[in-house]
Design a protein around this ligand. Structure first.
Ligand SMILES: Nc1nc2c(c(=O)[nH]1)N[C@@H](CN(C=O)c1ccc(C(=O)N[C@@H](CCC(=O)O)C(=O)O)cc1)CN2
Length: 293
């Protein structure tokens, strides 16, 4: 391995230390930032992620509210819980853990979240503000994972200005929104959005200074398609059962051989995942700060 590691755990710890000070300052003013999660069903990965969010939020002095519904909860039950959290003054921001069970209308549920409490930054109003570029400096929540990718690079001294970033994956949590952030004047990157329907993906990847693999396709980013010295961030998650142990194993979008070609590599796990949680907490602390001006 020759690539320098973009250590997401270390960067997330630094963010959490900074947030702990902001939380303490809010507490002195009588405001305890409150984060809530909504978990529908008992998917083990979702339980793990929700647990991490609460543990880490509490560790920096935030109040955390954990709400759960059974896997067969109706649309009305989930929406009633959303209305409750929208009205709860102790909750400054919250997320609905995704994916939701298939019988539920995810878009309708996410749209029901009060945009000012949208800790994921994925509400249509907040994505619309991002498109219109009206929330710089930040006046409304930004999507956590794209923000985490950028923070990970910037905190490691990587200058994005003038760089060509190729994003693989068109999902709303990363692919569709990250270019809107990266092309802001404060970063000045140039972005190509590719996906599983892109013709000759390798052609695009080979021109990239930065690659963000977020398609959820195991090893779609191959070493032969990476320009030597490029920064590569692995955000994809594919779960497979290991034939030897029978245990579930996580694979990223980036082939392990990329470590010998890339200049910078964010591993998976240990890269963007911890940053997503840190930026989620940032969105909630910022929402709490906005309530006191
Ligand atoms: N409402 C949302 N749902 C989901 C999101 C999201 O951003 N908002 N993203 C993913 C899951 N996710 C957060 O919810 C998430 C995934 C992974 C990690 C993380 O830190 N992973 C660790 C490894 C953890 C382990 O397996 O032990 C790592 O990458 O180092 C954090 C958050 C889908 N749903």
């Amino acid at each position: 391995m020759t690539a320098r590691v973009l250590d997401g755990r270390a960067a997330a710890d630094a963010i959490k230390n900074e947030l702990a000070e902001r939380v303490a300052a809010l507490r002195e003013r009588g405001v305890v930032p409150g984060i809530a999660t909504v978990l529908v069903g008992a998917d083990p990965a979702s339980q793990l992620y929700v647990g991490m969010k609460h543990k880490q939020s509490e560790s920096i002095g935030m109040n955390s509210i954990q709400r759960e519904l059974p896997a067969d909860a109706t649309q009305e039950q989930v929406e009633a819980l959303i209305d409750e959290l929208n009205a709860d003054p102790a909750c400054h921001g919250y997320i609905v853990q995704l994916p939701l069970p298939k019988h539920l209308d995810t878009d309708a549920i996410l749209e029901r979240i009060d945009p000012s409490k949208d800790a994921d930054g994925l509400h249509p109003t907040n994505l619309g503000r991002l498109v219109l570029n009206v929330n710089t400096p930040i006046t409304s929540p930004l999507p956590c994972t794209p923000r985490g990718v950028i923070e990970l690079l910037v905190r490691n001294g990587y200058d994005l200005a003038g760089k060509h970033v190729v994003v693989v994956g068109r999902g709303v949590t990363i692919g569709r929104s990250i270019g809107l952030l990266l092309t802001r004047r404060e970063y000045n990157a140039t972005v190509t959005l590719t996906h599983t329907g892109t013709t000759d993906l390798g052609h695009h990847l080979r021109q990239a200074d930065v690659i963000v693999g977020a398609a959820g396709v195991k090893h779609i980013v191959r070493a032969e398609d990476v320009k030597p010295g490029a920064a590569v961030l692995d955000v994809g998650v594919t779960r497979e059962s290991d034939p030897e142990t029978g245990k579930s194993k996580v694979h990223g979008d980036v082939h392990p051989d990329v470590a010998d070609v890339a200049g910078w590599l964010s591993p998976n796990p240990g890269g963007v995942g911890p940053m997503t949680v840190a930026l989620l907490m940032t969105n909630v602390v910022e929402a709490a700060e906005r309530t006191v001006g």
